[in-house]
Design a protein around this ligand. Sequence first.
Ligand code: ZN
Length: 208
Amino acid sequence: MDMIRIGQIKDKCRPGAVSVTIGGNDSRKEQTIDLHRERSGCCDRLFFLCPSCGKKSVVLYLSGKGWTCRTCCPVSPYEGVQNKTKGGADEIGYRMKRYAIKKGIRFEHPFSYTAFALDDRISLEAFRKDLKVLQALENMRTQAIFFGRRYTAAQIRQVTRGKHPLLERCTLHDLLSVLYDWKSGEPLSMDTAAVRAALLKTMNRGRQ
Ligand SMILES: [Zn+2]
């Protein structure tokens, strides 16, 4: 489920702005949200006003009702994950979305770093590292989808924290074009027709 934190829009708001349009590139998600300011010490604290109930909130969730606070959201933002296989494709997909929101990156599955070639931030090392984490998770997700592979919470965490040795060893292109065994750190054997087919499928979908 898409969510947005007030911290993500703070710097994009004009001083004194009373509303903000969120949703960005995707017009289906676009909505103008009223803002609320509270004096706190020397500076203003900024809140969204939930379009449904009017209460202030620092996070909004996107559902069939549009952007709302958690209380007004008809489905629990976490439900999607709890009901899915642990460590499978859905959970990894969800972790990717959470990670991307936190880092201010917008993407559609399957993730491909090549979509960011013209992004102003591509020259920043920290940004390329974030792309690497997402490309690594997409690598794992592909294997979960095509081979039913499951990952432990610790394995996923090692990647989202940027601590997995493969993140150091592999280039972005490696992570897009080679499937790795995230336990042994070795590339999966390309002799397997299934591996080739899975890769081709994700790479082609990434190009669309
Ligand atoms: Zn509400």
